[in-house]
Ligand binder design. Structure first.
Ligand code: 13P
Length: 277
């Protein structure tokens, strides 16, 4: 990045600094985590506007944003104003350490940019051909690099209608975590495919039901104590008006948010819901 580009980014974020998202405590054993998945959206300027709108809030919730690759560095610069209270994540990475993989990005590259999280196995990538085996290699590579994988699982509409939600999710979970001995740095996101971008979120009861299955599956594999420490996020049409009702469910520890993470009003609304839940 040229110096002028960096100055431009800094000038965007230097406007009217009023405060930062602050740490706090919440009435839950697991601190809530809200991650924004920007998908293929946002520019440098739109990112700066979003963060301007997030300033000055006191939140007792962990927050992260996952911009597209070209925005990772500009957003990293912008996040300095929040003094680590908003973490950086990526939306994908390659499973290989490095090498001849044109167009791909490695875990080490993400780590160098201080990415704390990487979303893996998102249904939009699975629909584009990503297999359970590839997701599993990526999960292991992320963990080896010290990045927390956000392993996405979720059933399609047809699978739900056939009563196979639990079976599909457990199978994706087993495959994604195959060979992972220590699950303490992992995050799991339940994203029913039929709820993504449709405005038709799972009901809190539907989501809780699958989250409980995920927790039990993790407990069987890793023990109850380890399983209870893994944040389980719900994703799929999370909005300010349904955040609280999802957040109060026992096994819903946060949200993976698409559309509502792209503007400050909605993202704040979701964060508020999960802070209170
Ligand atoms: P929406 O919140 O836009 O439904 O997207 C959810 C999602 O896919 C997050 O990863």
């Amino acid at each position: 990045m040229t110096e002028s580009m960096e100055q431009y980014i800094r000038s965007l974020v230097e406007k009217s600094v009023q405060g930062v998202l602050a740490d706090g405590t919440i009435n839950s054993s697991r601190r809530k985590l809200v991650i924004g998945n920007w998908k293929m959206n946002m520019s440098i300027e739109e990112s700066a506007l979003l963060f301007e709108g997030l300033r000055g809030e006191e939140q007792a919730c962990d927050v992260a944003v996952c911009p597209p690759f070209p925005l990772l560095y500009p957003v990293k610069v912008m996040l300095a104003q929040f003094q680590d209270s908003i973490a950086l994540g990526a939306q994908n990475m390659h499973w290989a350490e490095k090498g001849a993989h044109t167009g791909e990005v490695s875990a080490a590259m993400l780590k160098e940019l201080d990415c704390r999280y990487v979303i893996l196995g998102h249904s939009e990538r699975r629909q584009a051909g990503e297999t359970d085996e590839e997701v599993n290699l990526k999960v292991k590579q992320a963990l080896a690099a010290g990045i927390q994988p956000v392993l996405c699982v979720g059933e399609t509409k047809d699978e739900r209608e056939q009563g196979r939600s639990g079976e599909v999710v457990v199978s994706q979970l087993h495959a994604g975590l195959d060979g992972v001995e220590d699950v303490s740095s992992a995050v799991v996101a339940y994203e029913p495919v039929w709820a993504i971008g449709t405005g038709l979120a799972a009901t809190p009861e539907q989501a809780q039901d699958v989250h409980r299955t995920i927790r039990e599956t993790l407990a069987n594999q890793y023990g109850a104590s380890a399983a209870s420490g893994v944040p389980l996020l719900y994703g799929g049409s999370v909005k300010p008006d349904n955040a609280l009702s999802l957040a109060v469910m026992d096994d819903i520890d946060g949200a993976l948010v698409g559309g509502a993470s792209l503007n400050a009003v909605d993202f704040k609304g979701v964060i508020d819901g999960f802070t209170r839940g």
